[in-house]
Write a protein that binds this ligand. Structure first.
Ligand code: SF4
Length: 316
């Protein structure tokens, strides 16, 4: 299996106690069966504490979150008690893997950093867009095989990466050339589209809903804004294409997934502008990207609803 990742992948390291939006708060933390066995067989006092803080519902085990939805092992100083007591090898799969995501092909795996983590979002928004991923596995000389449909999708995605990574093209030029590549026009989305789609989605955080409602009343031309912040917008565009385009192998929704990448980018920059007084700061875009990712990218149902909306809009 060959493993590929973006150039910036290896620069990620969890910033732990310096993180203002720890992933150990607000998320259910499912424990994989291998680590659950290890936890259940620990004989020392920390093992007892672990066992007392695990709940199992319908054969799924997770840590009992406290009233503020914090992991019971997240200390007040922002450090993880499991790491402090036992070391990183004792983290369950989700905790050691977060914020990574993976795309699987027949003989190829891609690993990326997800925008939902504030440090990953900072890295993604400050790293140059490149025209391809890098192989990070050993035996890079060895041949590997892919199915025809995978080759087709990867070639098309490389064409999209090529457009977005071209330093001579600003955001609007990329947007136009992406639409040419998929041979269909991309509409200009407005706050009405956000109202019609995003406000009807399942939400994790009430403050996100309030923010969206405020943004729906805000008048801005999202593509022009993205053009003003072209570097950031192109980095977001490249990230969304990387993360979501490969799924066209499963559902064939090439048009919808390219437009989803454009729409996601424009909403993040649009909301960042709505929150800014004048020039948008990098920290604001990182924060909105992080929140957007948490609300949208971890819900297949939300993504499907947005893709359906895009498909419907394209026929109007
Ligand atoms: S959100 Fe990212 S930086 Fe923050 S604690 Fe989680 S992995 Fe670490």
């Amino acid at each position: 299996m060959k493993i590929f990742a973006p150039e910036y992948y290896n620069s990620f390291k969890c910033i732990a106690d310096k993180c203002k939006n720890s992933c150990c708060i607000g998320w259910d933390i499912e424990i994989d069966s291998n680590m659950l066995d290890v936890y259940l067989n620990m004989k020392d006092s920390f093992g007892e504490k672990l066992k007392a803080n695990i709940i199992t519902n319908e054969e799924v085990s997770s840590f009992k979150l406290d009233q503020k939805k914090r992991c019971p092992f997240l200390k007040e100083n922002g450090l993880c008690e499991i790491i402090l007591e036992k070391g990183e090898d004792y983290l369950c799969g989700i905790c050691s893997d977060h914020p990574r995501f993976r795309n699987f092909f027949s003989d190829r795996e891609e690993i990326g950093l997800g925008l939902c983590c504030e440090e990953a979002s900072r890295i993604i928004l400050t790293s140059e867009v490149t025209s391809d991923l890098q192989m990070i596995s050993e035996n890079s000389e060895e041949e590997y095989e892919l199915e025809d449909i995978e080759v087709y999708v990867l070639n098309l995605r490389n064409k999209l990466f090529g457009i977005v990574s071209d330093k001579d093209k600003d955001y609007n030029k990329c947007r136009f050339e992406l639409s040419e590549s998929i041979e269909r026009g991309v509409p200009v989305f407005t706050s009405d589209d956000v109202k019609n789609t995003y406000l009807g989605l399942e939400m994790l955080d009430n403050s996100w809903e309030s923010l969206l409602k405020g943004f729906c009343e805000y008048k801005c031309h999202m593509p022009s804004l993205c053009n003003e912040y072209s570097d950031y917008a192109k980095r977001l565009l490249s990230y969304f294409i990387f993360r979501h385009f490969a799924d066209t192998i499963l559902d064939g929704r090439i048009y919808e997934r390219v437009v989803f990448s454009i729409l996601s980018t424009e909403i993040i920059i649009g909301i960042s502008d709505y929150l800014s007084d004048g020039k948008i700061k990098l920290e604001t875009i990182c924060d909105i990207a992080r929140r957007y990712s948490s609300e949208i990218e971890y819900s297949d149902e939300n993504i499907e609803k947005i893709l359906d909306y895009i498909a419907k809009k394209s026929t109007e």
